[in-house]
Design a protein around this ligand. Structure first.
Ligand code: ATP
Ligand code: MG
Length: 200
């Protein structure tokens, strides 16, 4: 399975999501390669600092769709997670074309919603070629807020399915950057739901 974690907006939780999904999917029997397609290489730096058990490759290239199979074979990987940069249409397009499943992390803020149209349109255009399912993952959710209560309704016009599983705003998630991921937290439920979407 190839999962692309995509949002053209910056700072929405793409790298955090990509690394947790890699941690959850990786096992010696079905190894994961994390493709860091962001020139800032945050996922690679994370892997370096934490000595993560899965392979991480820095590949900020626009032809991922054509090359990913080769890199997965070289890494002996069964699954690939692609972490993408914000605002780079060429790299993001390659990642979307390569994907069997597209995950769009989104925070329930006005700025995130305002920029969602660009990402949603872009994802839609590429999905017309591949048919890969795309889902929104709500991240940094703060219980009891108006934003958390209304975000699903606000996103309805985009016509993208939204995962039932959500990732709360949590210091533990924010602080895990560069550390081993020993506890998937809510990402365990996210991963189970993603497997169901992929199998549907
Ligand atoms: N659930 C969470 N709770 C608290 N902090 C979080 C959570 N998810 C992510 N963060 C923090 O939010 C910031 C942005 O997250 P992250 O780097 O994953 O986003 P990104 O979309 O990859 O950003 P960029 O577009 O710059 O690559 C980071 O400091 C991260 O630690
Ligand atoms: Mg990132």
């Amino acid at each position: 399975m190839i999962i692309a974690v995509v949002n053209l907006k910056g700072g929405v939780g793409k790298t955090t999501t990509a690394v947790h999904l890699a941690a959850g999917l990786h096992s010696p029997d079905s190894p994961v390669v994390l493709i860091d397609a962001d020139p800032q290489a945050s996922a690679l730096t994370w892997a370096e600092n934490a000595d993560t058990p899965w392979e991480t490759i820095s590949l900020a290239i626009k032809s991922l769709d054509r090359r990913i199979g080769r890199y997965m074979r070289t890494a002996g990987a069964v699954h690939a997670i692609i972490d993408t940069p914000p605002g780079d249409l060429s790299i993001t397009k390659g990642a979307l074309l390569a994907a069997d499943l597209i995950v769009i992390p989104l925070q329930p803020t006005g700025a995130d919603v305002a920029q969602m149209a660009e990402t949603a349109d872009f994802v839609d255009a590429v999905r017309r070629e591949t048919g890969a399912p795309a889902v929104v993952l709500l991240t940094r959710m703060v219980k009891g807020t108006v934003a958390a209560r209304t975000i699903r309704e606000t996103l309805e016009p985009f016509g993208l399915p939204i995962l039932t599983a959500e990732v709360p705003q949590a210091q533990a998630v924010g602080m895990v950057y560069g550390q081993p991921v020993n506890d998937l937290g809510h990402y365990a439920t996210v991963l189970e739901e993603l497997k169901e979407v992929a199998a549907a």
